[in-house]
Write a protein that binds this ligand. Structure first.
Ligand code: NAP
Length: 303
């Protein structure tokens, strides 16, 4: 199946292009970007022109930041194309509700991807937790924004979500492995004095769940979710790539597929079965945190 990749930036180059080149399901048939290209692939700068000129391309994968993404998704759906959305699936929940309704009306597949759910140890952790009573969970997601988003000012602009851009990955895992994550009851959000989105967030959920997101961690990076259960402690570490029970690793060998190949395999299944997959649970928690959050002004931030 022929696919066009839109927004040839960091994640498109790091993950989408290699996953597509190796995919048995997909042919990368075009790119659309104001400046980015992929060697050997027809490149367009005008999305509407690409849609008009290439009726053979039936699926569009959008790798743009969330702020400019909605009009592209809507245009693609209205042109009868299947659409795959990078995470977070939109700037707002209502945007994604509109896209879901449009996809249904135009009879196309819509996939709101959560790449972290495809990490190696997430499925084994979900299976292990399914038989246990979870007494508490603690998320610690601390990384260095300068390392992972060098110069990407959009993360600090309205709609960019700030530290929830990585934090939503943790929430996507949490909402995958636990059947009920309750709701956020309190949030402290630290906003740099010169920015519009938070650089750190501490969340409290009903049901003894907490989250500590921070974008100022230099040195070793932390992407952990630790659980206390009726069968003792367990933990997902390294962004869902390692699962430990009572401190012993029980799952986490390097995946033969990897997160993005699995996303594209899932998208192929959705297209073939004329289905959609749009789970907004992680984004509901982010929206609630931003609604309930106490604003704390902190030091200005520059890349
Ligand atoms: P990026 O490199 O800053 O931007 C991606 C592309 O979007 C750029 O090539 C740019 O292309 C285009 N773009 C930016 N602003 C635009 C605008 N206003 N209008 C039209 N095109 C615009 O971002 P990224 O890091 O790849 O992230 C993109 C998405 O992937 C985000 O939702 C992010 O959360 C998600 N993601 C990122 C990572 C990561 O490690 N970076 C990991 C997983 C998921 P042109 O300027 O050439 O048009």
């Amino acid at each position: 199946m022929k696919l066009a990749l839109v927004g040839i930036g960091k994640i498109a180059r790091d993950q989408h292009v290699p996953a597509l080149v190796a995919s048995p399901d997909w042919e990368l048939a075009a790119t659309v970007s104001r400046s980015g290209t992929v060697d050997g692939i027809p490149a367009y700068t005008d999305f509407a022109a690409m849609l008009a000129e290439r009726p053979d391309i039936t699926t569009i994968s959008l790798c743009l930041p969330p702020q400019p993404r909605y009009p592209y998704a809507e245009m693609a759906i209205r042109a009868g194309r299947h659409v795959m959305l990078e995470k977070p699936p939109g700037q707002t929940l209502a945007e994604v509700h509109c896209l879901r309704a449009a996809a249904q009306a135009f009879g196309v597949s819509l996939f709101a991807t959560w790449h972290s759910r495809m990490a190696t140890a997430v499925a084994p952790a979900k299976a292990w937790l399914a038989g246990r009573v979870v007494k508490s969970a603690r998320i610690t997601w601390r990384e260095d924004v300068r390392k992972w988003h060098p110069g990407q000012d959009w993360v600090f602009e309205p709609g960019g979500m700030g530290v929830f851009d990585p934090g939503i990955n943790a929430l996507s895992i949490l909402t995958e492995v636990l059947p009920h994550t309750g709701h956020i009851t309190a949030a402290d959000l630290e906003f740099p004095a010169n920015r519009d989105t938070p650089i750190a967030a501490r969340l409290t959920f009903s049901g003894n769940i907490t989250a500590d997101f921070d974008w100022r961690q230099e040195g070793p990076q932390t992407w952990d979710i630790e659980f206390e259960t009726d069968a003792g402690p367990c933990a997902l570490r390294f962004g869902g790539n390692r699962f430990e029970v009572a401190g012993q690793e029980v799952a986490g060998e390097a995946s033969i597929m990897g997160e993005y190949p699995l996303l594209y395999s899932r998208m192929a299944d959705l297209v073939r079965s004329a289905d959609s997959d749009v789970d907004l649970a992680p984004m509901v928690h982010v929206a609630d945190a931003l609604t309930l959050g106490r604003r704390i002004v902190t030091d200005p931030f520059q890349f």
